[in-house]
Design a binder for this molecule. Structure first.
Ligand code: COA
Length: 344
């Protein structure tokens, strides 16, 4: 049970998702004008349109999970079942339905910050998704954030063999992580459900479609953290948006709204927050009915044009970052993030 009343809007969302998950799309007659309460409930259910029962179940779990997390509980209590035959992950949900595999980043209380464990689980989830029957693979985040980037506590646990060895291991993991996106053989879609900071933004240049809620923002504050760009953004961003716009983001930490990111080509389309999931899901369900082999082979053809280049860019970015991670600039910036939090 929730300790705090989440408010009428959220309660209506919960009601609508529950109905959609258990009974499918709204098929009951519209209540009369004067039946205010039932009319509002009916509208909420109807607004979910053709969202599948499986997706509604997932959205219901995500919503309840984020509410429980906000109250200091654990979203694991409501995490959905792993995809049939698939691996159970600690930091992700991997679900399948409607010919689509969905990877949901699932640490909402930490704004889905990516720990080392989560990097490894995303790599494993991408490997599974590459081999399954689904036509599309979708990334999204649980709760109000899409993802807040590298978990900065990754930098605070200095092992016995020292900072340099830690940075080298971080470099191996990062290289493998970005490689998993470069080599991914099927269309990859980002459903950016809220703000995104750092690496979840930079890898967007390696996605085939990026749909964002109007509430999303996009920021890569590398220089503020004494670091440097990754995710092949040093190549994909200037190509997408032009050199000076890319520099404003990658060097000077400029934060973009969803609409600005769309104007610059980083985002494909922006949706109103209230109908974001329903609208995107309706569209993706239709795309996922296209012949999967044709989709995969066409994506691979498009990627083949610059695949070697992307691998070389990834290597160069990782090399610089490994050096940056051992710098005083980086150490001081990470320490001040946690000191600022401690003072609150
Ligand atoms: N690494 C580690 N912890 C993170 C994190 C990150 N990247 N992002 C968020 N968190 C944690 C916070 O420390 C906090 O933990 P706590 O509840 O134990 O104190 C929790 O997630 C919620 O974040 P909070 O900062 O309280 O929420 P907010 O809405 O005020 O701010 C952010 C959200 C994302 C703007 C802010 O947390 C932030 O700036 N994070 C760092 C982002 C970053 O620099 N990423 C690396 C990019 S290269």
């Amino acid at each position: 049970m929730l300790k705090n009343d989440p408010g009428n809007e959220v309660k209506l969302k919960i009601y609508a998702l529950f109905k959609q998950a258990t009974q499918g799309s709204c098929n009951t007659p519209k209540p009369g004008m004067l039946d205010f309460v039932n009319k509002v409930k009916w509208d909420a259910w109807k607004s979910l349109g053709a969202v599948s029962q499986e997706e509604a179940r997932q959205m219901y779990c995500d919503l309840i999970g984020s509410l429980v997390e906000k109250e200091g509980g654990s979203s694991a209590q409501v995490a959905s079942q792993p995809a049939a035959g698939g691996t159970a992950f600690n930091t992700l949900l991997l679900t399948r339905g409607d010919n689509i595999t969905t990877i949901t980043l699932n640490r909402p209380s930490k704004k889905n910050a990516i720990t080392d464990e989560m990097y490894n689980e995303i790599i494993a989830a991408l490997e599974e998704a590459a081999k399954d029957e689904s036509a599309l693979t979708v990334f999204t985040g649980a709760g109000d954030y899409y993802c807040s980037g590298n978990d900065l506590t990754n930098f605070t646990k200095v092992p016995e063999d020292g900072v340099e060895a830690m940075a080298k291991r971080g470099g191996v993991l990062l290289r493998k992580y970005v490689k998993a996106y470069i080599d991914f053989p099927k269309p990859l879609v980002a459903m950016v459900n809220g703000p995104a900071v750092g690496i979840p933004v930079t890898v967007l240049g390696l996605f085939d479609l990026v749909y964002a809620t109007e509430r999303a923002t996009f920021q890569t504050p590398f220089s503020r953290l004494g670091q440097s760009p990754e995710g092949c953004s040093s190549f994909t961003f200037p190509k997408l948006m032009g050199a000076t716009k890319a520099s404003e983001m990658l060097l000077f930490n400029r934060k973009l709204t969803a609409v600005q990111a769309c104007d610059l080509g980083l985002v494909t389309e922006v949706f109103p927050d209230s109908s974001f999931r329903a609208e995107v899901w309706t569209r993706l369900k239709a795309y996922a009915q296209l012949p999967p082999q044709s989709l995969a082979l066409s994506k691979q053809l498009l990627r083949s044009v610059e695949k070697d280049r992307l691998h070389a860019v990834n290597d160069a970015e990782v090399e610089l970052l490994v050096e940056r991670w051992t710098s005083d600039e980086c150490f001081n910036a990470v320490m001040s993030f946690f000191q600022a939090k401690a003072k609150l």
